[in-house]
Ligand binder design. Structure first.
Ligand SMILES: O=C1OCCC/C1=C\Nc1ccccc1
Length: 476
């Protein structure tokens, strides 16, 4: 566990209140509770599993239980419930017998795996028969994996979409990793959310402005530099030059960043005038001359109906700077000029823009997208119906397959018995009631008794999550 200055450093207080009372609710003689996590369904038919390793490393590894934390929790729950419900004896047992390490075992599918929903993604069980209630104590923290998993899933679906249009209208897919840039830091609910959400996007892409994600990927996924960005203007660095200062402001951008890529938001007053008169006439020569060193100006609209604005900007720019046809016969701006659309972007808007560009014979390679709230925040646990349920237990030595099957919603039916994830006839399926072959279980032991047994890197995770580029390419 990392030295936290946060007030959330006592995991005895990082659970739902009702769970504090659950040790008294299991049948006497219960020695094992085994639970599992799945996406029961939802928006995307297959999910990218990502983010459990962060939760394990952040909260569950090492001697996380101490006498001080037990005392602090005991006091808090006495006030919270008005009675003594906190299981002081149980946690003291873990402290004394296990040195504060959690007697728990977790098997999970490798991170970055792309798994059809309705499949077990990880299983949890207690390793000390005296504390079976520990399995579901940590449901609260571990189910938060819904967030990075859903962000990675949604981000990947957009990668497949953009790859499709690139394979149809671009010379190659080289630019794909940078075609969806993370703009979401300010739009999420916390710095931690930004970190894990941005890291989830970086499973699929390499363009980000959410620095928290870089830090997260470095610290928890052994990735030295997970994402990249470029010098870019914001409205204040343009508008401070005055209503009639846009030319100076734009020229300053070219002067301050004479080589490489530079992005300039150009809609402060009139994006079309900015493209035609300022970039296209007043600064035209400098833009072209800059291109001689391979440098690129990225013009950024930031308002208006996205597909209409992008098309008008492309049309104006091609009029003043010219354009050529690529190997697929689609129009390309000169190599020193590109466009980035970062306003109102989501899956449907990307589809709308790229299909309209294709119809008007423009290559998708002219454009990059930025996405914020839709990429990192516009999700909830129900988007992929993520749930954690007990499927197996042992009471007085007797094994029991456990399940729920609500007559009022069979979609909430849970899996029974000991589960394993296996490939059967090329399909990934979940085998229930102990029917799986332990040697073919895709779930791997990642955590046992406070130790992380598998330390996965972002690099390997990216490979696992890679989309089928060949299939995309072959579509043209
Ligand atoms: O507009 C924004 O909102 C908030 C996040 C950053 C941001 C823009 N950044 C950027 C980076 C690279 C090229 C162009 C823009």
């Amino acid at each position: 566990a990392e030295p936290t200055d946060s007030c959330f450093s006592n995991i005895l207080m990082l659970t739902d209140s009702y769970k504090v009372t659950h040790h008294r609710q299991y049948p006497d003689g219960t020695t094992l509770v085994s639970s599992y996590f799945e996406s029961r369904g939802g928006k995307f038919p297959e999910v990218v599993f990502f983010g459990l390793q962060y939760i394990l490393k952040r909260w569950l590894c090492g001697p996380v239980i101490t006498a001080e934390k037990i005392a602090e929790a005991k006091e808090l729950y006495k006030l919270h419930f008005g009675q003594d419900h906190f299981n002081e004896a149980g946690w003291t047992h873990i402290l004394e017998k296990h040195g504060g390490y959690l007697p728990m075992k977790i098997k999970a599918v490798p991170e970055g795996s792309v798994i059809p929903y309705k499949n077990v993604l990880f299983t949890v069980e207690n390793t000390d028969p005296q504390v079976p209630w520990i399995t579901n104590w940590f449901e609260t923290l571990m189910v938060q994996v819904w967030y990075p998993m859903t962000v990675a899933t949604n981000s990947r679906v957009q990668k497949v979409l953009i790859a499709k249009y690139l394979s149809e209208t671009a010379d190659n897919l080289t630019g794909l990793p940078f075609k969806l840039h993370d703009f979401g830091f300010r739009g999420v609910s916390s710095v931690e959310t930004a970190g894990i959400g941005a890291a989830a996007h970086l499973v699929n892409f390499q363009g980000t402005d959410t620095i928290a994600g870089i830090v997260m990927a470095k610290k928890y996924y052994s990735c030295k530099m997970a994402g990249f960005s470029i010098p870019a203007a914001e409205h204040s660095t343009i508008t401070t030059w005055g209503k009639h200062g846009e030319r100076e402001a734009f020229k300053n951008m070219l002067d301050q960043f004479p080589t490489g890529l530079v992005a300039v938001v150009s809609d402060s007053f009139d994006i079309y005038n900015a493209c035609e008169k300022v970039w296209g006439e007043e600064l035209r020569e400098q833009v072209i001359q800059r291109g001689e060193s391979g440098s690129i100006l990225v013009i950024r609209p930031d308002s208006g109906e996205p597909s209409e604005v992008v098309m008008k900007v492309l049309t104006i720019l091609s009029k003043v700077f010219g354009c050529s046809k690529n190997s697929k016969g689609y129009k390309m701006l000169p190599p020193y000029l590109r466009v980035i659309q970062g306003d109102g972007v989501n899956y449907d808007v990307i589809e709308q823009i790229l299909s309209r560009m294709k119809k008007l014979e423009w290559s998708a390679d002219n454009l990059t997208f930025g996405s914020g709230g839709s990429l990192l925040q516009k999700h909830n646990r129900d988007t992929q119906k993520c749930a954690y349920k007990c499927s197996y237990c042992v009471v007085d030595g007797e094994s029991r397959n456990v399940f729920k099957q609500p007559s009022t919603d069979l979609g909430k039916k849970s899996k029974k018995g000991q589960l394993s994830l296996q490939e059967v006839d090329g399909k990934i399926v979940t085998l229930e009631e102990g029917k799986g072959d332990p040697n073919k279980n895709l779930l791997e032991l990642v955590y046992e008794n406070g130790q992380l047994l598998k330390d996965q890197t972002l690099d390997e995770i990216r490979q696992r999550a890679e989309i089928d580029l060949v299939k995309q390419g072959s579509k043209n």
